[in-house]
Design a protein around this ligand. Structure first.
Ligand SMILES: *[C@@H]1O[C@H](CO)[C@@H](O)[C@H](O)[C@H]1NC(C)=O
Ligand SMILES: *[C@@H]1O[C@H](CO)[C@@H](O)[C@H](O)[C@H]1NC(C)=O
Ligand SMILES: *[C@@H]1O[C@H](CO)[C@@H](O)[C@H](O)[C@H]1NC(C)=O
Ligand SMILES: *[C@@H]1O[C@H](CO)[C@@H](O)[C@H](O)[C@H]1NC(C)=O
Length: 520
């Protein structure tokens, strides 16, 4: 039976292979014909500054929101004068509401630095300084092509490694990350609290019709991600700022609006094996085999299937490229938003500045994101800003008694893509490691603004996530019915993990992956 399945499988993969090669030839052909029209290529040498300190000012242009889960639709809101105007009222409302509240100091929705004082964050002009840098990226970066490659690589990881992608060196304008104002401005763009403003306004449907019946009583903001699009007129650069985790009590980056999905996605992206931290946990997928052994193939499937956040950011990118076909695109974000920004950046070879993101290197491998062979990751245009007192950035927010575990988050990874720019707040400011130091506003006011200059960005040292786990490829021989009740506790240097007998297997799940029905 195994042999037959094997033959079937190899036949299937061969035919998929053939299809994919034909598809890629067609796509390459399409590229030759249409490419220059709709695909960002830096032929814009005129945009390169010839002397240092080129500055550009960015304004909010529009906002995307993308539902995930049952209603994966996308809508866009133009930042019309009306919408911008509504921002002013909402902002002063929020400020008044916060006065006198205990959390005011931590939850200020804008930086308290007078340099960035504004009456309306939606109307703020962000000043960023730029510099040219050579990046190695894929020659064909059309979203249709790249997404088809990713689908293929996901289905056939072995075949995919044999496909020769074309890589080229391109001079790209990137943010000048040694410039303090640039880094603070990007952090402000990433900051999502003020961005909750436009509930009103004409959200236009981008994908499919918007079903009010389906969504009534559900409230769009319950689920989904947002991308805020900033543009500059002079240099033709677009910044996509991706909204990060809203987890009450955990990151403090906003109200408790997208918590459930954020948690599922965090646990899928940043845990070693489906957030199987202990038997008390409802795992987010079902790939755990036995103690410290995980089914890698299953895991990758789950990540692609359920991680709608990654899919959603790709959709946003697609829309942005369509709208700004010849612009240079940058991505930024905080926390989960920063990790998604890096994943998007690695997918398309975009410059990324991420703040306090959890380790996303493992997720980028599991998603089979393309990298030029032999190219060290720190040469990518990805910069991770963080501080040593933030346990999520440092990857130390795990273990049974950590606030992450208590909050239901399995943040087990610590390795990042690109370069790391770390402020040593523990040593230099005497801060204690705490989730409070993960908050974007604490980071802006207490770190980015407080330090003389941005931290130097350096290649990360050797890093290996989940070293104590064993990953097994394609285990279809999963047994599910050992009935022993003993549970053992194994303590490692960083993780306390309780292993459980695989008593049950999940036979029914709701749309976001929680097990609702167990069987033997
Ligand atoms: C980047 O910013 C730093 C600090 O402001 C500045 O000294 C440097 O000249 C800038 N680089 C470019 C290429 O503008
Ligand atoms: C979006 O689609 C819904 C359902 O079809 C419709 O009622 C709504 O008016 C649309 N919104 C816009 C701005 O077109
Ligand atoms: C909207 O959703 C409801 C509930 O799922 C469904 O009954 C209805 O047919 C949908 N309407 C449209 C236009 O899709
Ligand atoms: C094992 O399965 C039974 C029946 O489904 C359930 O009642 C019991 O709690 C499970 N034990 C553990 C340790 O999960």
């Amino acid at each position: 039976m195994d042999e037959k399945t094997g033959i079937k499988r190899s036949r299937r993969s061969r035919s998929i292979n053939t299809i994919w090669i034909s598809v890629s030839i067609v796509l390459a052909g399409l590229y030759v014909i249409f490419g220059p029209l709709n695909y960002p290529k830096l032929g814009k040498d005129s945009a390169l500054p010839n002397k240092g300190h080129a500055q550009s000012s960015f304004r909010l242009e529009h906002i995307y929101r993308h539902g995930i889960g049952t209603y994966p639709k996308m809508q866009v809101l133009e930042a019309s004068s009306e919408v911008i105007e509504s921002g002013k009222a909402r902002f002063s409302e929020l400020r008044t509401a916060q006065e006198g509240s205990d959390s005011a100091a931590n939850d200020d929705i804008w930086t308290s630095s007078p340099h960035y004082a504004t009456e309306n964050p939606l109307d703020h002009k962000f000043k960023l300084s730029l510099e040219p840098q050579v990046l190695k990226r894929m020659l064909y970066r059309d979203p249709a092509f790249v997404e088809s490659y990713l689908d293929y690589a996901h289905e056939n990881p072995h075949m995919a490694s044999k496909v020769n992608l074309d890589w080229i060196d391109e001079t790209v304008l990137v943010p000048n990350i040694s410039d303090k104002e640039t880094v603070v401005s990007l952090a402000l763009m990433s900051s999502n609290a003020y961005v909750k403003l436009p509930h009103t306004g004409d959200w236009r449907n981008v994908t499919g019709p918007w079903n009010h019946t389906e969504n009534s009583g559900h409230g769009w903001d319950d689920d989904g991600i947002r991308g805020h699009i900033f543009v500059d007129d002079e240099k033709d650069i677009v910044v996509i700022a991706i909204k990060g985790t809203s987890a009450q009590g955990l990151t403090g980056s906003g109200e408790d609006e997208t918590t459930v999905n954020d948690k599922i996605n965090d646990n899928l992206l940043f845990s070693c094996c489906c957030a199987r931290v202990s038997y008390l946990w409802t795992t987010v997928c079902d790939c755990y085999l036995k103690s410290y052994t995980c089914d890698e193939t299953c895991l990758e499937k789950e990540l692609r299937r359920k991680d709608r956040y990654y899919k959603a950011v790709l959709n946003i990118y697609r829309e942005v490229v369509q709208r700004h076909p010849s612009s240079t695109i940058w991505v930024t974000g905080h926390s989960l938003g920063g990790a998604l920004a890096s994943l998007m950046g690695r997918t398309y070879g975009l410059p990324v500045v991420a703040f306090e993101a959890p380790g996303e290197l493992l997720a980028s491998r599991r998603l089979h994101l393309p990298m030029p062979p032999g190219y060290p990751n720190y040469l990518e245009g990805i910069w991770h800003f963080g501080n040593t007192a933030d346990p999520i950035f440092m990857g130390t927010c795990n273990g049974a008694s950590s606030s992450c575990s208590i909050g239901g988050y399995a943040m087990e990874t610590s390795c990042h893509t690109g370069k790391q720019c770390v402020f040593d707040t523990v040593k230099e400011k005497g801060w204690h490691v705490s989730l409070l130091n993960h908050r974007i506003h604490k980071v802006i006011d207490g770190v980015l603004e407080a330090y003389e200059a941005p931290a130097r960005c350096v290649p990360p040292g050797p890093c290996h996530d989940c070293f104590n786990w064993k990953y097994v490829k394609d285990s279809s021989s999963k047994t599910t019915s050992s009935k022993s009740q003993s549970s053992t506790t194994i303590t490692r240097t960083t993780n306390t993990i309780t292993s459980e007998p695989t008593n049950t297997s999940c036979v029914g799940r709701n749309w976001y992956g929680w097990c609702t029905e167990y069987g033997l």
